[in-house]
Design a protein around this ligand. Structure first.
Ligand code: KG4
Ligand code: ZN
Length: 497
Protein backbone atom coordinates (compact mmCIF):
# COMPACT_ATOMS: atom_id res chain seq x y z
CA UNK A 1 0.00 0.00 0.00
CA UNK A 2 1.45 3.33 -0.99
CA UNK A 3 0.93 6.21 1.41
CA UNK A 4 1.76 9.88 1.33
CA UNK A 5 1.71 12.32 4.19
CA UNK A 6 0.16 15.76 4.28
CA UNK A 7 -1.02 18.32 6.80
CA UNK A 8 -4.13 17.31 8.76
CA UNK A 9 -7.26 19.32 7.82
CA UNK A 10 -10.50 19.84 9.73
CA UNK A 11 -12.21 17.42 7.27
CA UNK A 12 -9.84 14.64 8.35
CA UNK A 13 -11.01 14.76 11.96
CA UNK A 14 -13.78 12.12 11.71
CA UNK A 15 -11.34 9.59 10.17
CA UNK A 16 -8.62 10.53 12.67
CA UNK A 17 -11.05 10.17 15.54
CA UNK A 18 -12.06 6.70 14.34
CA UNK A 19 -8.42 5.57 14.30
CA UNK A 20 -7.80 7.14 17.71
CA UNK A 21 -10.76 5.26 19.17
CA UNK A 22 -9.72 1.89 17.78
CA UNK A 23 -6.17 2.33 19.11
CA UNK A 24 -6.45 3.80 22.61
CA UNK A 25 -8.42 3.08 25.77
CA UNK A 26 -8.36 6.78 26.70
CA UNK A 27 -8.91 8.41 23.30
CA UNK A 28 -8.61 12.09 22.56
CA UNK A 29 -11.94 13.85 22.03
CA UNK A 30 -13.13 15.59 18.89
CA UNK A 31 -12.59 18.98 20.60
CA UNK A 32 -8.95 18.13 21.29
CA UNK A 33 -8.29 17.38 17.59
CA UNK A 34 -10.19 20.51 16.55
CA UNK A 35 -7.98 22.50 18.90
CA UNK A 36 -4.82 20.97 17.33
CA UNK A 37 -5.91 21.94 13.82
CA UNK A 38 -6.10 25.57 15.02
CA UNK A 39 -2.88 25.51 17.06
CA UNK A 40 0.09 27.57 15.85
CA UNK A 41 2.73 25.36 17.36
CA UNK A 42 1.19 22.10 16.26
CA UNK A 43 2.79 19.53 13.92
CA UNK A 44 -0.18 17.63 12.54
CA UNK A 45 0.14 15.18 9.71
CA UNK A 46 -1.98 12.42 8.26
CA UNK A 47 -0.82 9.47 6.16
CA UNK A 48 -3.17 8.98 3.23
CA UNK A 49 -3.52 5.94 0.95
CA UNK A 50 -3.70 6.19 -2.82
CA UNK A 51 -7.48 5.99 -2.63
CA UNK A 52 -7.50 8.98 -0.28
CA UNK A 53 -8.24 7.17 2.98
CA UNK A 54 -6.55 8.32 6.20
CA UNK A 55 -4.31 5.44 7.34
CA UNK A 56 -2.67 7.14 10.30
CA UNK A 57 -1.80 10.45 11.91
CA UNK A 58 0.72 12.16 14.16
CA UNK A 59 0.28 15.18 16.39
CA UNK A 60 3.20 16.95 17.98
CA UNK A 61 4.08 20.40 19.28
CA UNK A 62 6.97 22.53 18.10
CA UNK A 63 7.76 24.38 21.35
CA UNK A 64 10.66 26.84 21.15
CA UNK A 65 12.96 24.83 23.40
CA UNK A 66 11.82 21.27 22.64
CA UNK A 67 9.41 19.35 20.47
CA UNK A 68 6.73 17.17 22.04
CA UNK A 69 5.25 14.03 20.55
CA UNK A 70 1.60 13.97 21.61
CA UNK A 71 -0.27 11.30 19.69
CA UNK A 72 0.60 8.87 16.90
CA UNK A 73 -1.53 6.01 15.57
CA UNK A 74 -2.14 3.86 12.47
CA UNK A 75 -5.49 2.34 11.46
CA UNK A 76 -5.73 -1.35 12.38
CA UNK A 77 -6.32 -2.10 8.68
CA UNK A 78 -2.97 -0.46 7.85
CA UNK A 79 -0.83 -2.11 10.52
CA UNK A 80 2.67 -3.49 9.83
CA UNK A 81 3.13 -1.30 6.79
CA UNK A 82 5.34 1.33 8.32
CA UNK A 83 2.62 3.99 8.49
CA UNK A 84 3.30 5.08 12.10
CA UNK A 85 7.04 4.60 11.62
CA UNK A 86 6.97 6.90 8.59
CA UNK A 87 5.00 9.62 10.36
CA UNK A 88 7.36 9.39 13.32
CA UNK A 89 10.49 9.52 11.14
CA UNK A 90 9.25 12.70 9.45
CA UNK A 91 8.55 14.33 12.82
CA UNK A 92 11.97 13.38 14.19
CA UNK A 93 13.73 14.65 11.09
CA UNK A 94 11.81 17.91 11.50
CA UNK A 95 13.05 18.14 15.09
CA UNK A 96 16.60 17.45 13.94
CA UNK A 97 16.39 20.18 11.32
CA UNK A 98 15.08 22.59 13.98
CA UNK A 99 17.80 21.32 16.33
CA UNK A 100 15.39 20.52 19.15
CA UNK A 101 15.20 17.53 21.49
CA UNK A 102 11.94 15.57 21.53
CA UNK A 103 9.90 14.54 24.59
CA UNK A 104 6.98 12.14 24.92
CA UNK A 105 4.89 10.31 27.52
CA UNK A 106 4.17 6.60 27.24
CA UNK A 107 2.52 3.95 29.39
CA UNK A 108 5.37 2.03 31.07
CA UNK A 109 3.73 -1.31 30.21
CA UNK A 110 3.39 -0.56 26.49
CA UNK A 111 6.37 -2.73 25.55
CA UNK A 112 5.86 -2.40 21.80
CA UNK A 113 5.93 1.40 21.92
CA UNK A 114 8.96 1.43 24.23
CA UNK A 115 10.95 -0.69 21.78
CA UNK A 116 9.92 1.54 18.87
CA UNK A 117 10.97 4.69 20.72
CA UNK A 118 14.24 3.25 22.01
CA UNK A 119 15.17 2.22 18.48
CA UNK A 120 14.71 5.85 17.47
CA UNK A 121 17.00 7.26 20.12
CA UNK A 122 14.58 7.91 23.02
CA UNK A 123 15.44 7.00 26.59
CA UNK A 124 13.51 7.33 29.86
CA UNK A 125 14.19 10.54 31.78
CA UNK A 126 11.47 10.50 34.46
CA UNK A 127 7.82 9.88 35.30
CA UNK A 128 4.64 11.93 35.49
CA UNK A 129 2.60 10.72 38.43
CA UNK A 130 -0.96 9.44 37.82
CA UNK A 131 -0.88 10.76 34.28
CA UNK A 132 -3.41 8.29 32.84
CA UNK A 133 -6.79 9.08 34.36
CA UNK A 134 -8.41 5.76 33.36
CA UNK A 135 -6.03 3.58 35.38
CA UNK A 136 -4.25 6.13 37.53
CA UNK A 137 -0.95 4.92 36.03
CA UNK A 138 2.18 7.03 35.93
CA UNK A 139 3.55 8.00 32.52
CA UNK A 140 7.11 7.35 31.56
CA UNK A 141 8.71 10.47 30.13
CA UNK A 142 11.18 9.78 27.35
CA UNK A 143 13.60 12.14 25.66
CA UNK A 144 15.49 12.01 22.43
CA UNK A 145 18.52 14.31 22.18
CA UNK A 146 19.07 16.67 19.26
CA UNK A 147 20.25 15.10 16.00
CA UNK A 148 19.84 11.40 16.75
CA UNK A 149 17.69 10.87 13.66
CA UNK A 150 17.23 7.27 12.41
CA UNK A 151 19.47 8.42 9.52
CA UNK A 152 22.52 6.20 9.46
CA UNK A 153 20.85 3.50 11.52
CA UNK A 154 17.95 3.14 9.09
CA UNK A 155 17.54 0.66 6.26
CA UNK A 156 18.99 1.11 2.77
CA UNK A 157 16.90 1.14 -0.40
CA UNK A 158 18.64 -0.41 -3.42
CA UNK A 159 17.72 -0.16 -7.09
CA UNK A 160 19.00 -2.21 -10.05
CA UNK A 161 18.11 -1.76 -13.73
CA UNK A 162 21.29 -2.54 -15.68
CA UNK A 163 19.73 -5.06 -18.07
CA UNK A 164 16.23 -6.48 -18.36
CA UNK A 165 15.10 -6.84 -14.73
CA UNK A 166 13.56 -3.95 -12.77
CA UNK A 167 14.65 -4.58 -9.18
CA UNK A 168 14.37 -2.89 -5.78
CA UNK A 169 15.28 -4.15 -2.31
CA UNK A 170 15.46 -2.94 1.28
CA UNK A 171 18.27 -4.06 3.62
CA UNK A 172 19.11 -3.35 7.24
CA UNK A 173 22.54 -1.80 7.89
CA UNK A 174 23.67 -5.27 9.04
CA UNK A 175 22.81 -6.73 5.63
CA UNK A 176 19.55 -8.47 6.49
CA UNK A 177 17.34 -8.46 3.39
CA UNK A 178 13.89 -7.09 4.31
CA UNK A 179 12.55 -7.27 0.74
CA UNK A 180 13.90 -8.18 -2.69
CA UNK A 181 11.52 -7.44 -5.58
CA UNK A 182 12.38 -8.44 -9.16
CA UNK A 183 10.20 -7.65 -12.15
CA UNK A 184 11.55 -9.74 -15.02
CA UNK A 185 11.12 -8.58 -18.61
CA UNK A 186 11.70 -12.06 -20.09
CA UNK A 187 8.14 -12.22 -21.41
CA UNK A 188 8.69 -8.95 -23.32
CA UNK A 189 12.04 -9.83 -24.92
CA UNK A 190 11.16 -13.44 -25.68
CA UNK A 191 9.60 -12.59 -29.04
CA UNK A 192 12.84 -10.94 -30.20
CA UNK A 193 15.06 -13.78 -28.93
CA UNK A 194 17.21 -11.35 -26.97
CA UNK A 195 17.15 -8.15 -24.92
CA UNK A 196 16.22 -5.11 -27.03
CA UNK A 197 17.85 -2.14 -25.21
CA UNK A 198 15.25 0.48 -26.12
CA UNK A 199 12.38 -1.82 -25.18
CA UNK A 200 14.12 -2.61 -21.88
CA UNK A 201 14.52 1.09 -21.03
CA UNK A 202 10.85 1.79 -21.67
CA UNK A 203 9.76 -1.19 -19.61
CA UNK A 204 11.95 0.04 -16.72
CA UNK A 205 10.33 3.48 -16.92
CA UNK A 206 6.88 1.90 -16.71
CA UNK A 207 7.63 -0.35 -13.75
CA UNK A 208 10.33 1.16 -11.60
CA UNK A 209 8.13 3.29 -9.34
CA UNK A 210 5.80 0.38 -8.61
CA UNK A 211 8.74 -1.96 -7.96
CA UNK A 212 10.28 0.51 -5.48
CA UNK A 213 6.94 0.96 -3.72
CA UNK A 214 6.48 -2.78 -3.50
CA UNK A 215 9.96 -3.22 -1.98
CA UNK A 216 9.27 -0.52 0.65
CA UNK A 217 5.81 -1.97 1.42
CA UNK A 218 7.09 -5.53 1.80
CA UNK A 219 9.84 -4.31 4.12
CA UNK A 220 7.38 -2.19 6.13
CA UNK A 221 9.76 0.73 5.65
CA UNK A 222 8.73 4.33 5.11
CA UNK A 223 10.87 6.30 2.71
CA UNK A 224 11.46 8.83 5.49
CA UNK A 225 13.11 6.05 7.55
CA UNK A 226 15.83 5.32 5.00
CA UNK A 227 19.52 5.92 5.57
CA UNK A 228 20.14 6.29 1.82
CA UNK A 229 19.60 4.92 -1.67
CA UNK A 230 21.99 2.54 -3.45
CA UNK A 231 21.85 2.18 -7.23
CA UNK A 232 23.66 0.36 -10.02
CA UNK A 233 25.52 3.00 -12.07
CA UNK A 234 27.18 0.51 -14.49
CA UNK A 235 28.20 -1.50 -16.37
CA UNK A 236 25.12 -2.35 -18.43
CA UNK A 237 22.70 -1.00 -21.03
CA UNK A 238 22.96 2.77 -20.77
CA UNK A 239 19.27 3.55 -21.27
CA UNK A 240 18.27 0.92 -18.74
CA UNK A 241 20.84 2.09 -16.20
CA UNK A 242 19.66 5.69 -16.52
CA UNK A 243 16.15 4.79 -15.34
CA UNK A 244 17.45 3.34 -12.09
CA UNK A 245 19.97 6.13 -11.55
CA UNK A 246 17.38 8.86 -12.07
CA UNK A 247 14.86 7.12 -9.83
CA UNK A 248 17.42 6.72 -7.06
CA UNK A 249 18.65 10.29 -7.35
CA UNK A 250 15.10 11.66 -7.26
CA UNK A 251 14.19 9.69 -4.11
CA UNK A 252 17.48 10.57 -2.40
CA UNK A 253 17.21 14.22 -3.36
CA UNK A 254 13.61 14.58 -2.23
CA UNK A 255 14.44 13.14 1.20
CA UNK A 256 17.91 14.68 1.53
CA UNK A 257 19.54 11.26 1.70
CA UNK A 258 23.00 10.16 0.59
CA UNK A 259 23.37 8.16 -2.65
CA UNK A 260 25.39 4.92 -2.84
CA UNK A 261 26.61 4.38 -6.42
CA UNK A 262 27.28 0.68 -7.06
CA UNK A 263 29.19 -1.19 -9.75
CA UNK A 264 26.98 -4.07 -10.96
CA UNK A 265 29.88 -6.53 -10.75
CA UNK A 266 30.56 -5.56 -7.13
CA UNK A 267 26.89 -6.35 -6.59
CA UNK A 268 27.26 -9.88 -7.97
CA UNK A 269 30.33 -10.36 -5.75
CA UNK A 270 28.42 -9.08 -2.71
CA UNK A 271 25.81 -11.82 -3.20
CA UNK A 272 28.38 -14.14 -1.62
CA UNK A 273 28.55 -11.83 1.41
CA UNK A 274 24.75 -11.82 1.68
CA UNK A 275 24.79 -15.62 1.74
CA UNK A 276 27.69 -16.00 4.17
CA UNK A 277 28.98 -12.91 6.01
CA UNK A 278 31.55 -15.01 7.86
CA UNK A 279 33.22 -16.52 4.76
CA UNK A 280 36.98 -16.19 5.26
CA UNK A 281 38.94 -13.89 2.94
CA UNK A 282 40.71 -13.77 0.58
CA UNK A 283 38.11 -15.21 -1.74
CA UNK A 284 37.92 -16.08 -5.42
CA UNK A 285 34.50 -15.62 -6.98
CA UNK A 286 33.30 -16.88 -10.31
CA UNK A 287 30.81 -14.42 -11.77
CA UNK A 288 28.90 -16.18 -14.54
CA UNK A 289 25.84 -14.58 -16.09
CA UNK A 290 24.31 -13.79 -19.45
CA UNK A 291 26.61 -10.78 -19.78
CA UNK A 292 29.84 -11.72 -18.04
CA UNK A 293 32.06 -14.63 -17.06
CA UNK A 294 34.93 -13.55 -14.84
CA UNK A 295 37.13 -14.79 -12.05
CA UNK A 296 37.63 -12.11 -9.43
CA UNK A 297 39.89 -12.04 -6.39
CA UNK A 298 38.14 -10.41 -3.43
CA UNK A 299 41.01 -9.46 -1.12
CA UNK A 300 38.67 -7.54 1.14
CA UNK A 301 35.17 -6.17 0.57
CA UNK A 302 36.47 -3.07 -1.20
CA UNK A 303 39.47 -4.50 -3.08
CA UNK A 304 38.83 -6.51 -6.20
CA UNK A 305 41.22 -7.91 -8.83
CA UNK A 306 40.13 -9.30 -12.18
CA UNK A 307 42.06 -12.54 -12.69
CA UNK A 308 40.54 -13.68 -15.95
CA UNK A 309 37.42 -13.60 -18.08
CA UNK A 310 35.81 -14.99 -21.19
CA UNK A 311 37.52 -14.27 -24.48
CA UNK A 312 34.26 -14.55 -26.42
CA UNK A 313 30.77 -15.56 -25.21
CA UNK A 314 29.63 -15.41 -21.60
CA UNK A 315 28.71 -18.74 -19.99
CA UNK A 316 25.04 -17.73 -19.83
CA UNK A 317 25.14 -16.82 -23.51
CA UNK A 318 26.60 -20.25 -24.29
CA UNK A 319 23.74 -21.88 -22.39
CA UNK A 320 21.16 -19.65 -24.06
CA UNK A 321 22.52 -20.19 -27.57
CA UNK A 322 22.66 -23.94 -26.92
CA UNK A 323 19.06 -23.86 -25.73
CA UNK A 324 18.05 -22.01 -28.88
CA UNK A 325 19.76 -24.59 -31.13
CA UNK A 326 17.95 -27.31 -29.18
CA UNK A 327 14.65 -25.49 -29.62
CA UNK A 328 14.14 -24.84 -25.87
CA UNK A 329 12.58 -21.74 -24.27
CA UNK A 330 13.91 -18.23 -23.68
CA UNK A 331 16.39 -17.27 -22.32
CA UNK A 332 16.96 -21.03 -22.16
CA UNK A 333 19.71 -21.66 -19.59
CA UNK A 334 17.29 -23.08 -17.06
CA UNK A 335 15.43 -25.21 -19.61
CA UNK A 336 18.69 -26.67 -20.92
CA UNK A 337 19.72 -27.44 -17.35
CA UNK A 338 16.44 -29.25 -16.67
CA UNK A 339 16.70 -31.29 -19.86
CA UNK A 340 20.34 -32.16 -19.09
CA UNK A 341 19.27 -33.69 -15.75
CA UNK A 342 17.58 -36.47 -17.75
CA UNK A 343 20.50 -37.17 -20.10
CA UNK A 344 23.89 -38.91 -20.18
CA UNK A 345 26.76 -36.43 -19.93
CA UNK A 346 29.20 -38.93 -21.46
CA UNK A 347 27.14 -39.49 -24.61
CA UNK A 348 28.99 -36.84 -26.63
CA UNK A 349 32.41 -35.31 -26.36
CA UNK A 350 32.25 -31.51 -26.47
CA UNK A 351 35.45 -29.41 -26.33
CA UNK A 352 36.24 -27.83 -22.95
CA UNK A 353 37.38 -24.26 -23.73
CA UNK A 354 41.07 -23.38 -23.04
CA UNK A 355 41.50 -26.72 -21.27
CA UNK A 356 45.24 -26.81 -21.63
CA UNK A 357 45.89 -23.09 -21.13
CA UNK A 358 47.22 -22.19 -17.67
CA UNK A 359 45.43 -18.83 -17.84
CA UNK A 360 42.26 -18.32 -15.79
CA UNK A 361 40.29 -17.34 -18.91
CA UNK A 362 37.30 -18.92 -20.61
CA UNK A 363 36.15 -19.51 -24.18
CA UNK A 364 32.76 -20.88 -25.15
CA UNK A 365 32.69 -20.33 -28.91
CA UNK A 366 34.16 -23.79 -29.62
CA UNK A 367 31.56 -25.73 -27.66
CA UNK A 368 28.76 -23.74 -29.26
CA UNK A 369 30.08 -24.39 -32.78
CA UNK A 370 30.47 -28.09 -31.99
CA UNK A 371 26.83 -28.21 -30.92
CA UNK A 372 25.76 -26.49 -34.12
CA UNK A 373 27.53 -29.08 -36.32
CA UNK A 374 26.39 -32.04 -34.22
CA UNK A 375 22.74 -31.02 -34.52
CA UNK A 376 23.08 -30.12 -38.20
CA UNK A 377 24.26 -33.64 -39.01
CA UNK A 378 21.45 -35.35 -37.11
CA UNK A 379 18.05 -36.30 -38.49
CA UNK A 380 15.03 -34.63 -36.92
CA UNK A 381 14.09 -37.92 -35.23
CA UNK A 382 17.58 -38.36 -33.82
CA UNK A 383 17.64 -34.77 -32.61
CA UNK A 384 14.53 -35.25 -30.54
CA UNK A 385 15.46 -38.75 -29.33
CA UNK A 386 18.92 -37.66 -28.18
CA UNK A 387 18.09 -34.12 -26.99
CA UNK A 388 18.62 -34.90 -23.29
CA UNK A 389 21.99 -36.59 -23.92
CA UNK A 390 23.11 -33.70 -26.10
CA UNK A 391 22.06 -31.16 -23.44
CA UNK A 392 23.81 -33.13 -20.68
CA UNK A 393 27.06 -33.44 -22.62
CA UNK A 394 26.99 -29.77 -23.66
CA UNK A 395 26.36 -28.65 -20.06
CA UNK A 396 29.17 -30.92 -18.86
CA UNK A 397 31.73 -29.19 -21.11
CA UNK A 398 30.70 -25.69 -19.98
CA UNK A 399 30.56 -26.56 -16.28
CA UNK A 400 33.87 -28.44 -16.44
CA UNK A 401 35.60 -25.33 -17.83
CA UNK A 402 34.01 -23.07 -15.18
CA UNK A 403 34.79 -25.35 -12.23
CA UNK A 404 38.31 -26.42 -13.11
CA UNK A 405 39.47 -22.87 -13.89
CA UNK A 406 37.87 -21.53 -10.69
CA UNK A 407 39.37 -24.14 -8.37
CA UNK A 408 42.81 -23.79 -9.97
CA UNK A 409 42.71 -20.00 -9.66
CA UNK A 410 41.67 -20.23 -6.01
CA UNK A 411 44.53 -22.62 -5.26
CA UNK A 412 47.07 -20.53 -7.10
CA UNK A 413 45.95 -17.36 -5.29
CA UNK A 414 45.98 -19.03 -1.88
CA UNK A 415 42.29 -18.17 -1.41
CA UNK A 416 40.35 -19.53 1.55
CA UNK A 417 36.91 -19.24 0.03
CA UNK A 418 35.51 -20.03 -3.40
CA UNK A 419 32.30 -18.18 -4.25
CA UNK A 420 30.00 -18.13 -7.25
CA UNK A 421 27.47 -15.55 -8.44
CA UNK A 422 25.48 -14.53 -11.52
CA UNK A 423 22.50 -16.20 -13.14
CA UNK A 424 24.50 -19.25 -14.28
CA UNK A 425 25.14 -20.03 -10.60
CA UNK A 426 21.58 -21.38 -10.73
CA UNK A 427 22.88 -24.28 -12.81
CA UNK A 428 22.39 -27.47 -10.84
CA UNK A 429 25.51 -29.24 -12.09
CA UNK A 430 27.68 -26.14 -11.51
CA UNK A 431 26.43 -25.81 -7.92
CA UNK A 432 27.12 -29.46 -7.17
CA UNK A 433 30.48 -29.75 -8.95
CA UNK A 434 31.86 -26.49 -7.54
CA UNK A 435 31.06 -27.67 -4.00
CA UNK A 436 32.61 -31.10 -4.55
CA UNK A 437 35.80 -29.99 -6.25
CA UNK A 438 36.22 -26.86 -4.12
CA UNK A 439 35.84 -28.74 -0.85
CA UNK A 440 38.18 -31.49 -2.03
CA UNK A 441 40.73 -28.72 -2.63
CA UNK A 442 40.26 -27.53 0.98
CA UNK A 443 38.26 -24.42 0.13
CA UNK A 444 35.24 -22.98 1.92
CA UNK A 445 32.63 -22.91 -0.85
CA UNK A 446 29.72 -20.46 -0.92
CA UNK A 447 26.88 -21.01 -3.37
CA UNK A 448 24.29 -18.26 -2.66
CA UNK A 449 20.55 -18.87 -2.90
CA UNK A 450 19.22 -18.49 -6.43
CA UNK A 451 17.43 -15.18 -5.68
CA UNK A 452 20.80 -13.52 -4.91
CA UNK A 453 22.51 -15.02 -8.01
CA UNK A 454 20.40 -13.68 -10.88
CA UNK A 455 20.20 -9.91 -11.22
CA UNK A 456 18.58 -8.45 -8.09
CA UNK A 457 18.77 -5.32 -5.96
CA UNK A 458 19.59 -7.02 -2.63
CA UNK A 459 23.11 -7.67 -3.90
CA UNK A 460 23.37 -4.02 -5.00
CA UNK A 461 22.35 -2.93 -1.49
CA UNK A 462 24.95 -5.27 0.01
CA UNK A 463 27.68 -3.76 -2.17
CA UNK A 464 26.35 -0.30 -1.26
CA UNK A 465 26.70 -1.02 2.46
CA UNK A 466 30.42 -1.73 2.13
CA UNK A 467 31.14 0.90 -0.53
CA UNK A 468 31.33 4.69 -0.41
CA UNK A 469 28.36 7.05 -0.36
CA UNK A 470 27.96 10.52 -1.84
CA UNK A 471 26.31 12.98 0.58
CA UNK A 472 23.26 15.06 -0.30
CA UNK A 473 23.33 17.13 -2.51
CA UNK A 474 26.67 16.29 -4.14
CA UNK A 475 25.43 13.48 -6.37
CA UNK A 476 23.57 15.36 -9.05
CA UNK A 477 26.54 14.80 -11.36
CA UNK A 478 26.78 11.06 -10.62
CA UNK A 479 26.06 9.42 -13.95
CA UNK A 480 25.39 5.99 -15.40
CA UNK A 481 28.20 4.33 -17.33
CA UNK A 482 27.80 1.48 -19.83
CA UNK A 483 31.35 0.27 -19.31
CA UNK A 484 32.42 0.73 -15.72
CA UNK A 485 35.53 -1.36 -14.98
CA UNK A 486 35.75 -3.63 -11.95
CA UNK A 487 37.02 -1.73 -8.91
CA UNK A 488 35.36 1.57 -9.82
CA UNK A 489 32.20 3.08 -8.38
CA UNK A 490 32.12 6.12 -10.58
CA UNK A 491 33.35 7.44 -13.89
CA UNK A 492 34.15 10.89 -12.50
CA UNK A 493 37.95 11.31 -12.28
CA UNK A 494 37.67 12.70 -8.75
CA UNK A 495 34.51 10.74 -7.88
CA UNK A 496 34.36 8.00 -5.29
CA UNK A 497 36.50 5.02 -6.20
O1 KG4 B 1 22.75 -12.68 -13.84
P1 KG4 B 1 21.61 -12.82 -14.80
O2 KG4 B 1 20.23 -12.88 -14.23
O3 KG4 B 1 21.59 -11.64 -15.84
C1 KG4 B 1 22.71 -11.15 -16.49
O4 KG4 B 1 23.37 -10.25 -15.92
O5 KG4 B 1 22.97 -11.69 -17.58
O6 KG4 B 1 21.91 -14.12 -15.67
C2 KG4 B 1 21.03 -14.63 -16.62
C3 KG4 B 1 21.67 -15.81 -17.30
C4 KG4 B 1 20.90 -16.23 -18.56
O7 KG4 B 1 21.83 -16.44 -19.58
C5 KG4 B 1 20.23 -17.52 -18.11
O8 KG4 B 1 19.96 -18.41 -19.16
C6 KG4 B 1 21.26 -18.08 -17.18
O9 KG4 B 1 21.69 -16.96 -16.43
N1 KG4 B 1 20.71 -19.13 -16.32
C7 KG4 B 1 21.16 -20.41 -16.32
C8 KG4 B 1 20.34 -21.12 -15.42
N2 KG4 B 1 19.43 -20.26 -14.90
C9 KG4 B 1 19.68 -19.04 -15.46
N3 KG4 B 1 22.16 -20.99 -17.00
C10 KG4 B 1 22.37 -22.29 -16.79
N4 KG4 B 1 21.64 -23.04 -15.93
C11 KG4 B 1 20.63 -22.51 -15.23
N5 KG4 B 1 19.91 -23.26 -14.39
ZN1 ZN C 1 24.23 -9.37 -13.77
Amino acid sequence: MAVMTREMQAEDIPAVLAIERECFSLPWTRQMFQEEVRQDLSWRQVAVTESGEVAGFLIGREYPDAWHLMDVAAALSARRQGVAAGLLAAFLQGADRAERPVFLEVRPNNAEALVLYEKRGFSAVGTRKRYYTDTGEDALVMMRPIGSSGGLGGPLLAIESSCDDSCAAVLTPEGEVLSNVVHSQDAIHERYGGVVPEVASRAHVERMTAVVREALDQAGTAVTDLRGVAVTVGPGLIGALLVGVQTAKAIAWAHRLPLYPVNHLHGHLAAVWLADREAPLPMITLVASGGHTSLVAVDDWTTYRLLGQTLDDAAGEAFDKGARLLGLGYPGGRELDELAEKGDAKAYDFPVGLKRSPRPDFSFSGVKTALYYLLRDMSAAERSARAADVAASYREAIVEALVSKSVKAAQREGARTLGVAGGVAANSLLRKRLREKGETAGLHVVVPPFAFCTDNAAMIGAAGLVGPSVPYPDYLEVDASASLPLGRWSTAPDGPR
